[in-house]
Design a protein around this ligand. Structure first.
Ligand SMILES: [Fe+2]
Length: 94
């Protein structure tokens, strides 16, 4: 996770096409969400296996939150919130 955060920080400091930087930032944020989804998913499975039902339920809620964040980032990248997505804007700028 520390490496993913550092990667995002490098993108924030990057110079160049702002649309390409936006697309790269979204991709970096999604890598963080995917890491979180993997970690919470594994922890939830272990909690279920050990019979920690309340913990598993809480981890399931966190998984839903992370999945929603990932979907929102995809919408921003592919369009749906803005007329066209950040990825499309980045592609047309180059
Ligand atoms: Fe997250």
């Amino acid at each position: 996770m520390k490496g993913l955060i550092e990667e995002g920080s490098e993108i924030v400091q990057a110079t160049g096409d702002p649309d390409a930087i936006d697309a790269a930032l979204i991709a970096a944020a999604q890598r963080v969400e995917h890491y979180e989804i993997s970690a919470y998913g594994t922890a939830r499975t272990l909690a279920n296996e050990l019979g920690y039902d309340r913990t598993a339920a809480l981890l399931d809620e966190k998984l839903d939150e992370e999945a929603q964040a990932d979907k929102l980032l995809t919408k921003i990248a592919d369009g749906g919130i803005f007329r066209s997505g950040v990825n499309e804007q980045a592609a047309t700028q180059s």
